[in-house]
Write a protein that binds this ligand. Structure first.
Ligand SMILES: Cc1ncc(COP(=O)(O)O)c(C=O)c1O
Length: 386
């Protein structure tokens, strides 16, 4: 059903082709119109409250070095407690620019050269790359589909993990498979990591984007104090509130003082300070945007339902249910296409190549766009396979 009859917060669509958008400008040009559906940002405008907070900070007109706003950490602490029952303390928070640099700091702030970093595969590309770039050995744990649901291979994890595995990089909710791990899965990971002395670095950047009404995000660090002490949790308002272009601001939450100082040591002189506009935007996102977020999740959920229904009717494509995130992980192994990404591109849709995420037989489609755009994407996918 078309969204045209029901105006939403996101009508009319915003034209991003003229805005230096990475997603839209990388593949599109005058000769070839290409819809960007790859990199993970949204075409949807952010909350007006955030825009007003940024304007308010701009009106101050002076942009010297700045500190986090006074109430910043209290707001984050209160939010984590209200949403997840997780009690955190201000001194645990290490502000960082993006989440990605923290994945690298977490990979080599414990252990030595030659130790191992473990992560599920497929995964957001940096999870697969930090080991190589930090002098570590990568231990991938494969994910398989079990009864239409992506699951990590815990038998493989049991066989592979050892005291040499110093860091487990957890992506939850999981990009690209769209799963939100349940308590049992998290307990299994926590148990195996604790037994081997493995620190868990949990990237929870998609935590606010749970689409299934009956699911709840659980920060792995909140399971129990023992795992909290062996953890680094990475959060940011950047995905759910669509703020990457405002300038990075993420928080590494590191309860253990020794681990925190090891992490800070790696970040020293490398990571820049988050800027004042990012603080203004993030503070408002975490404090004053609950209603906007509910409407956004509802819009994304409708898009997901539409896309799942459409893909199930396209011969040669298959996807499993997306519980969280705005990313669809589509199996193209039966498409008959020699190079699906370039065929889709030729037909005017830019998708992410699954090979970058560890599975060349998949592509990733970002459905955080206006419904009319998603409908056009589906038309073009169908044309590619006709
Ligand atoms: C799981 C995950 N972590 C991190 C990032 C990027 O975070 P940042 O832009 O803060 O470095 C993304 C972006 O797609 C992501 O999906």
């Amino acid at each position: 059903m078309s969204k045209k009859t029901r105006p939403t917060l996101f009508d009319p669509p915003i034209e991003r082709r003229a805005s230096d958008s990475t997603k839209w400008s990388r593949f599109s040009n005058k000769e070839h119109d290409v819809i960007g559906a790859w990199i993970a940002d949204m075409d949807l405008p952010t909350s007006n409250n955030i825009i007003n907070a940024i304007k308010g900070r701009l009106d101050e007109r002076v942009f010297g070095y700045s500190e986090p706003p006074d109430e910043f950490f209290d707001v984050v602490i209160q939010r984590l407690e209200e949403k997840y029952g997780w009690k955190t303390k201000a001194e645990w928070f290490v502000p960082q620019p993006g989440v990605v640099p923290s994945l690298f700091f977490a990979s080599n702030c414990v252990g030595d050269t030659g130790d191992a970093v473990m992560a599920a595969r497929p995964n957001y590309r940096y999870f697969l790359e930090t080991a190589e770039h930090t002098g570590r050995v990568f231990q991938p744990i494969d994910c398989h589909v079990n009864q239409h649901r992506w699951e990590m291979d815990f038998d493989q994890m049991r066989q592979t993990i050892s005291p040499k595995t110093k860091t487990f990089l957890l992506c939850n909710p999981h990009n690209p498979v769209g799963r939100i791990l349940d308590q049992q899965e998290l307990e299994t990971i926590a148990d195996l990591c604790l037994r081997n002395g493995t620190m868990i670095c949990a990237d929870e950047i998609h935590a606010d984007l749970v689409l299934d009404r009956d699911k709840q995000h659980i920060p792995i660090a909140s399971l129990h104090p023992e795992i909290e002490k062996k953890s680094i949790t990475l959060i940011s308002a950047s995905k759910a509130f669509n703020l990457p272009a405002i300038g990075g601001l993420s928080l590494a939450i590191i309860p253990d003082p020794a681990l925190r100082s090891a992490f800070q040591h790696k970040a020293y002189g490398v990571a820049t300070h988050p800027g004042a506009l990012a603080y203004a935007a993030t503070l408002t996102a975490f404090k004053d945007c609950d209603n906007w977020l509910l409407q956004t999740i509802s819009y994304l959920r409708d898009n997901r339902d539409y896309l799942e229904a459409q893909i199930s009717g396209i011969e040669g494509l298959n996807m499993n249910h997306v519980e969280a995130t705005f990313l669809a992980w589509i199996d193209v192994s039966n498409s008959g296409l020699a190079n699906p990404v370039s065929t889709f591109l030729d037909h005017g849709v830019a998708l992410s190549d699954g090979a970058e995420m560890g599975r060349a037989d998949h592509v990733r489609l970002n459905f955080a766009c206006h419904r009319s755009t998603l409908e056009e994407i589906v038309r073009r996918l169908k044309a590619s396979l006709a």
